[in-house]
Design a protein around this ligand. Sequence first.
Ligand SMILES: *Cc1c(COP(=O)(O)O)cnc(C)c1O
Length: 488
Amino acid sequence: MRYYDRLIFELSKPGRCAYSLPCCEKAVLALPENLLRAQAPALPEVSEVDVVRHYTNLSQMNFGVDTGFYPLGSCTMKYNPKINEEIAAMPAFQTLHPLQDESTVQGALEVYYNMEKSLAAITGMKYFTFNPCAGAHGELTGLMIMRSYHISRGDLARTKVIVPDSAHGTNPASAAVCGLEIVEVKSNAAGLVDVEDLKPLLGPDVAGIMMTNPNTLGLFEREIAKIASLVHECGGLLYYDGANMNPLLGAVRPGDMGFDIMHLNLHKTFSTPHGGGGPGSGPVGVAERLLEYLPTPHVVKLEDGSFHIVKSAENSSGQVSGFMGNFGVILRAYAYILMLGRQNIRLAGRYATLAANYIKESLKDAYKLPIPTVCKHEFVFDGLIDDGSSTGKLGATTLDVAKRLLDFGFHAPTIYFPLLFHQALMIEPTETESKETLDEFIDVMHKIAAEAAQDPDILHSAPHNAPISRPDETAAARNPILKFQDEA
Ligand SMILES: *Cc1c(COP(=O)(O)O)cnc(C)c1O
């Protein structure tokens, strides 16, 4: 076993310590007897260098956008500029307390206000709440707004939400959490929402539709104007899952497409870190007529130019997080928007689209491309064209390709999602990678395709040089062992 494969508990030697304080000569305040442990806790006893090596080695077993290319489809793993971190770390921001009097936090409130204006300009929505802490949390908040709108009008029969079969899994999940019934609308052969399939689903029981555009296949829903008018005619609202906003930046606005409510993922499109599931931020925007249903607190600008927190409102959907969301994340995204400015933010979407199409066109000779059209920020292959089965050996699967990529220092793309294809391999390069990096990735993908045709066993046993190879993923997800199992 390598030194760094041991847990810190296994490095422990009784009596060893990293740091010792001088003996305290003053009387020590005695803790009440009933609060004392019967036994000392079983903490690891290790030297300073053991601690340093342990955590440094652990950090190097990790993979992040700061260590390599991360083409994880539907995730927009773009580089997180370090200036964002520098600004979020400024003491004036970092030492703020959410219970401070609003007269002492005017600068922070101005950040909320200006962010609302910026996102409104980018999306065509009118108002935003920054309370939701993730994309899915934003979806739930948006659906609560949708429901509040119908209920306040006495339109109580609207309990159904239409969700395309290509939707991100969080969409039906959020609708279910919100107590709404999910109705699936099919995709047509071009991978787009089938308008003919949608029509019969619309009626007086429909609260609305949830869509993302470009959809999860990276395809722009060309019939969106038609869909918007059909849904509005039946009395429903349109919810836009803006986690896929990256390719549209500065090009098209969901508000102009007819959407009424949307969320953005600041931790995708606006370059803040995804960091192990959080902290994130999923601001929700609404059209002007839905302002009264927006969650509180909400920052407004008063006539004297000062900023004020509206703490509650009669028809508000309520409060969806403690205080006002993850301020540090919102601040990072604000820094990103100001750094790019109106002109350059348009280029982010265009370069992301260019990079995705470049990879798609360069690899379609080796990987099956089920929908051979121009894509937006991402696209989906359906496995290898020649998966090695011709050699008589077991064919190489998408899982094999993904595992083999790790050996070359690349993060795997999203695999087996969306569910429309059996061997889905979903690639999203983002705009922040150089052409050299894209070319290197393309070369490696070709190399893997050649290996699959000649000697698929190399793929079946991959990865060969990652810290762990092929864990039982179901067991790891369902029964994770997250703490040291003390044998004693
Ligand atoms: C990432 C993503 C979400 C969910 O966002 P989280 O912040 O992970 O909750 C929803 N929809 C789409 C299309 C996404 O890509």
